[in-house]
Design a protein around this ligand. Sequence first.
Ligand code: ASP
Length: 413
Amino acid sequence: MKRKKLSLPILILIGMILGILGGIPFQKNPEFAVNYIKPFGTLFLNLIKMIVVPVVLCSIISGVISMKDIRKVGSVGLKSVSFYLTTTAVAVTLGMIFANVSKVGVGMQYASDSLTFEAVESPSFMETLLNIFPSNAVEPLVSATMLQVIVLALFFGFGIILAGEKGEPLGTLIDSATEVCLQIMGMIIKLSPIGVFALLLPVVAENGPSVLLPLFKLILVIYSAYIFHMLTVFSFTSKVMGKISPMRFFKEMMPAMTMAFSSSSSVGTLPLNIECSQKLGAKKEICSFVLPLGATINMNGTSIYQGVCAIFIANVFGIELSLTQQIMVVLTATLASVGTAGVPGSGVIMLSMVLQSAGLPLEGIALIAGIDRILDMGRTVVNITGDANCAVCISSAEDRKAAKKAARQKAPA
Ligand code: ASP
């Protein structure tokens, strides 16, 4: 009898379980895991990063060209950005409610002299805005500055539409390049079970009970908020706006969620997220536009983390946050999420910006730094699930709009 081949999501799940179990014996001596297993994970992430820029560039250009109408691109773009900012603001607020109710950090003992943290220079709002527009057409591709890559792709897409017949050959070439990039990405994704194993094992090995236990309550509160946000906000929007059952949504998203959990990188998960969202029925042109945008600007998980951490740090230092300060946290966390890339650890940089604006001590970050990777894994899952959620909702809304338009045209005058 022919043996049935295991599907990729199952293999990724096996890789993840083996990575977690395999890391436990190394907790006493993590050097081996770090020196000899982690590099394979890094190699896998590097391959993904290698293909991400061509995938984003080509797929956004293809997406724009296939919408054929600059106004439609504008309308989809505006809807996506509004969706992203709204869910992000809800996420920070939810994180703060969870932290306030659970009183996380209250009465925690710490040795104040052991807390030091170098503030990372965070860009101002105007700087963030200016940084979106590149002054050089090649540099963003080389440095993988995703927001700039998106802007470049939009301009090229618009240019091809406006050039009409003369632009068609370039459009065809880009469509072909997109297909080639997606095939390369497919090959790399086949390696994900091994990649996931090699990425997770060292994390478990390095984060033994002595690192985790003192901050167990913080981890628990943050993860509860992540799960609550996904089960309520994403279930509601996928049901009401995306017209698909939440069960199906989460089931199809499993491979991308597993990948996000292991890699802690929204950008690295992008190729798999595009695949999952299309399986959920989101149109290719919408996915290729909305998802790369989301991987760069939409971070629901990161905002939950910021909301909880801000309250946690205030509680540890015995600072009472006024309502104005709490609103400041919501605003800065929402805006800060736009300017930060979907790579491991970028949430901490944003957190220092949020703390600064609310007048909270930056030293508090030193408390969290040790477990940041554990929190990053979960927040990346929420981040990419939010992106896919938006793609599904916008795609379904566009379908309904097109159906209405077609019905109006058919109806006799
Ligand atoms: N790692 C997260 C992501 O890639 C960003 C963060 O650090 O919060 O989405």
